[in-house]
Design a protein around this ligand. Structure first.
Ligand code: ADP
Ligand code: MG
Length: 703
């Protein structure tokens, strides 16, 4: 249960004055809401950090005011001069003065009644805005603020400038932000006092105040003490939540699972290749984990085509040798099916029983699989999200593999894990080489095995960017290649937020290529039903189809070694990691391989850097790092798909150092106070709630 003192912060923002449905819609656009949150809340306002400040502290007399600067002046209203009737271009002028001289306030297209109400003749007002010289007189056009003598405190002398959205003015947002700030309670300190002192960081509530009602412009600049404090709070909450999940996971006694190696030997004998050294090492690491009496959680990282599947299969086989069951989960149906197809002949050679369970297996067929699974007849179950369903019950699951991990969220990982008796060992596989800092933010720590070598016999992939204007030339050259037995993936443009137009583009290209190339062109898209997808994939794999036009459904994992040309249309719309994944579909066979990146001019600078990077290197790690640099962490990890929010304050660059401190801090905290039961522990629980890590913890406890 969230502590009640935090309740006002989690109220919807329309609880604040001046926030109606219209402003809510604008706030929704201007604020970055965490995944799953649809209504802006007070807390979202507090995490909305100003990008800078406008300094209105100069309070000169009129005579001393400097043209071109922003100043706040106290003046008396002398006279209103409306523009001549019918002349909409002339401004409405209000003559004012202090004892040192006159100042004209200028309003273009002014609403007369508004100006009259704001500036009654004979009264005093504070006005704040830019001072200009007009001929001999000083003037201020459209003052940013006009307040009466008793409301001087409403003037933001250091005005925070917030990131806005069209239709939302800085002034309106400022008022709302200030109300939000008033709701911040004084909370017990959760940070180590010595550490705060060393850094010179303020308490939590003061940090928020110094950012949203700054007295000092430096407080709003990146790297300021209050911002660092809040970033560190966020990082600590994240690391603590992960450490709790992780500690709890490790604390659950795993069961040592060790096989005798006889089935693995048969599989290795049936492989048409030798394992690479990295594959061997990874297997040794995985098997050591499985044999140890604690639960395993390991990440297997290997670039596309590095051969993760066979590692997974051998590890699963070890579990079967020990008399238990294993599961392999893939993010898409196509992939799950492909895994099953790859594994089937090898499993048969070893005498293993495998089955496939996806959303497509229904009714009697599904019931049959579930029965065989519960009885233990099935050794290895391969599937999609369908494996999560409650009625999928194993006789004795001891080992679960999740392929392309970043497509799944923590929730799903936990759900599958909980299906094991006493908890299954987990291996997660990903082709995205995740930099250490990102790993830490998303998993806490995690054992990692890496496949660093490519299997023998892989050829480099020639990568070229070409303008889409040259498409007919490209098609002509492909025609020649096809005659020599080549096979082509043709990926169609990704159109954001519109599957329909994605599909239309793919269909159009399909029709065009079919006509020019005279048949042998298939079409694969996300909207097809599973049977049709499989049939198309199979016919491409068999070589009946020469060209496969596809939307990005082929992005992950598809393996057709004979395919040697990858054409990506509108390559400028893809991220680097995605391009790399797509390119990894070719270069798997004996043919010379090509990746053609078609782009539409004009190219932005970033897009052009991306394409150049693709031409330069095939090193997935370099590409991932560059991608990170160009796009930021969450997207690389596919945070949007996996439902894990990005950092809101600690999101920018420059917090890496703090992240490792938070990482160590979290471990120390849990080592001395595993249940968060001390006074500080109690304060830390509030921190977890503030940053909405409560969900992760609750889920873990349930699992
Ligand atoms: P990924 O790591 O991208 O999942 P896969 O497991 O799909 O890669 O493997 C890609 C291809 O490489 C498959 O055809 C697989 O049979 C082959 N392969 C795997 N290991 C080796 C090896 N040691 N030598 C040669 N080919 C291998
Ligand atoms: Mg794979």
């Amino acid at each position: 249960m969230r502590p009640s003192e935090l309740t006002p912060l989690f109220a919807a923002a329309d609880a604040l004055k001046g926030v109606g449905p219209h402003v809510m819609t604008l706030l929704k656009k201007a604020l970055r809401l965490p995944v799953g949150v649809t209504q802006p809340r007070v807390i979202d306002l507090l995490w909305h950090v100003p990008a800078g400040v406008i300094d209105r502290r100069a309070e000169p007399t009129v005579a001393a005011a400097v043209p071109g600067t922003i100043a706040t002046l106290k003046v008396r209203i002398l006279k209103h001069r409306a523009p001549p009737r019918g002349n909409t271009k002339a401004p409405y002028k209000v003559a004012t003065a202090d004892e040192t001289g006159p100042l004209d306030l200028i309003f273009f297209r002014a609403e007369r009644s508004f100006v009259e109400r704001q500036l009654p003749v004979g009264e005093e007002r504070y006005v704040s805005g830019r001072i200009e010289r007009y001929g001999e007189t000083l003037q201020m056009a459209h003052p940013d603020y006009i307040v009466g003598p008793d409301a001087r405190d409403d003037l933001p002398l250091l005005e925070p400038v917030y990131p806005l959205t069209a239709g939302l003015s800085g002034k309106v947002l400022l008022k709302i932000e200030r109300q939000g700030l008033e709701r911040v309670p004084v909370l017990p300190e959760w940070q180590d006092p010595a550490w705060l002192k060393e850094r010179g960081w303020p308490p939590f509530d003061e940090a928020l105040r110094r950012i949203h009602r700054p007295d000092d412009a430096a407080d709003v600049s990146p790297g300021s003490a209050p911002l660092q404090r809040l970033a560190y709070d966020e990082l600590l909450a994240n690391q603590l939540a992960l450490a709790i999940v992780r500690e709890g996971f490790k604390a659950q006694r795993g069961r040592p699972v060790t096989g005798d190696g006889c089935l693995r030997k048969r599989i290795i004998a049936a492989l048409p290749f030798d394992l690479t050294n990295s594959q061997r090492t990874a297997l040794e690491e995985i098997e050591a984990d499985m044999g140890a009496p604690r639960r395993m959680l390991r990440l297997l990282q290997g670039d596309v085509g590095s051969g993760k599947t066979v590692v997974a299969l051998l590890a699963m086989t070890a579990a079967v040798e020990a008399g238990t069951q294993a599961a392999l989960m893939a993010p898409t149906e196509v992939l799950a099916r492909q895994h099953a197809d790859t594994i089937a002949p090898l499993a048969e050679a070893a005498g293993l029983t495998i089955a496939l369970l996806t959303g497509r297996e229904k009714g009697r067929a599904r019931g049959e699989i579930l029965k065989r699974l519960a009885s233990g007849e099935i050794d290895i179950l391969i599937g999609t999200h369908a494996l999560f369903q409650d009625d999928v019950v194993f006789r004795d699951l001891s080992f679960a593999v999740i392929d392309e991990q970043h497509r799944f969220g923590v929730h799903q990982r936990l759900a599958l894990q909980s299906k094991g008796n006493g908890g299954a060992n987990m291996l997660v596989m990903t082709a995205t080489p995740i930099p250490r800092t990102l790993l830490m933010t998303h998993y806490g720590d995690l054992e990692v095995s890496r496949l660093t070598e490519k299997p023998a016999g892989r050829k480099p992939i020639v990568t070229r960017q070409i303008s889409v204007d040259l498409i007919e030339k490209l098609i002509a050259r492909i025609k020649v290649q096809l005659a020599e037995g080549a096979q082509v993936y043709w990926v169609c443009p990704l159109i954001e937020s519109s599957d329909v137009s994605d599909l239309a583009a793919a269909e159009e290209r399909h029709a065009h290529l079919s006509q020019v190339l005279g048949g042998g062109v298939g079409l694969l898209h996300g909207g097809m039903n599973a049977t049709a997808k499989d049939a198309t994939m199979a016919s491409f794999a068999d070589g009946n189809l020469k060209v496969l036009v596809a939307t990005t459904v082929i992005e992950v994992g598809v393996n057709v070694p004979n395919a040697n040309i990858m054409v990506i249309e509108h390559a400028e719309r893809f991220g680097l990691a995605q391009l790399h994944q797509l390119r990894g579909r070719v270069g798997r066979g004996s043919r010379e391989s090509y990746c053609m990146l078609l782009y539409q001019e004009p190219l932005t600078k970033t897009a052009s850097e991306r394409l150049a990077m693709m031409e330069e290197t095939e090193d997935g790690f370099l590409i991932a790092e560059k991608d990170l640099e160009l796009r930021g962490g969450g997207e690389v990890l596919g945070a949007r798909q996996s439902g894990e929010a990005e950092f809101r304050i600690a999101g920018g660059a420059g917090f890496t150092e703090l992240l490792s401190v938070a990482h160590d801090d979290a471990r120390l905290i849990l080592a001395s106070d595993p249940g968060l039961k001390t006074e500080r522990g109690d304060a830390l629980r509030r921190l977890l709630y503030l940053f909405e890590c409560d969900e992760a913890i609750r889920l873990f406890r349930a699992a």
